[in-house]
Design a protein around this ligand. Structure first.
Ligand code: 6PG
Length: 243
């Protein structure tokens, strides 16, 4: 298992730009060799700028969008038009604005029973990837160390069999649907985008502190044989501005 790569850039706009460049590079390689590029999108606020960048020129012309196969790393238990929906955010900032094939957009169905939705999504992932994994999984990190909807102390952290599960999150008193760490770890590349000084202490603890994934779930993310790339701004890295 390789050490994660860490790219520190000036600010949020630079995080989006670095991530967009990397995604285009990886999509080119995947499309050239296999004619298909699989990516799981994340929710939260951080990827918004990345999605907006990818759906603006010149990025709109820099990839063959028809070859993209799009998934989600997690979803809230709401319908696709709800403000909380990760699918809705991705649609508004990216998917409605680029010529992706609607048949290749695979949302988690947040409006049905979460166990059922997770089972369905897990079956889809099994059908599509077998024992393998995706080209890219995008993730964020909450200031409590959660990633996707793998929250501290939640049952999904102990999951070893399934690719996708329903996970009850006590601190939010709600269910989420989430890819599991074992499935995420099969990806060729996991990209974690983090911004802001509020996350600096947690980033330092996750990367340099003792291993304690029940408390810091993102420590479960250790792609093998794939790579892990953190892209963060100087604030999240706990550094002064680069200028
Ligand atoms: C979600 C996520 C979640 C997110 C982190 C960071 O559905 O909320 O996928 O894991 O990535 O909570 O969120 P921010 O980018 O908003 O800080």
């Amino acid at each position: 298992m390789a050490e994660p790569s860490i790219q520190v850039v000036a600010d949020g706009a630079a995080v989006a730009a670095a991530a967009a460049e990397r995604i285009i590079q990886l999509s080119d390689a995947a499309i050239t060799s296999r004619k298909i590029f699989s990516i799981a999108l994340s929710g939260g606020n951080t990827p918004r700028a990345l999605f907006e960048l990818l759906s603006s020129p010149p990025y709109t012309r820099r990839t063959n969008w028809k070859a993209w196969e799009i998934y989600f790393s997690d979803e809230r238990c709401v319908g696709p038009d709800d403000e909380q929906s990760n699918f809705r955010m991705a649609r508004q900032t990216l998917l409605d604005r680029v010529p992706v094939d609607p048949q290749k957009i695979h949302r988690m169905v947040g409006e049905i029973d979460p166990q059922q939705a997770a089972k369905q999504y897990g079956q889809l992932l099994k059908e599509k990837f077998g024992d393998g994994g995706m080209d890219v999984i995008l993730l964020g990190m909450g200031d409590d160390g959660h990633t996707a909807s793998l929250f501290p102390g939640s049952a999904a952290l102990n999951e070893t069999q399934h690719r996708c599960v329903a996970n009850f999150v006590p601190k939010l008193n709600t269910w989420r649907i989430t890819m599991t760490a074992p499935f995420i770890n099969r990806a060729a590349e996991v990209m974690v985008l983090v911004e802001g000084a509020a996350k600096a202490a947690r980033v330092a603890e996750v990367l340099h502190g003792p291993r304690d994934p029940q408390r810091l779930p993102i420590q479960l993310i250790e792609p093998n044989p794939g790579r892990m790339l953190w892209i963060m701004d100087t604030a999240a890295a706990g550094m002064d501005k680069l200028d």
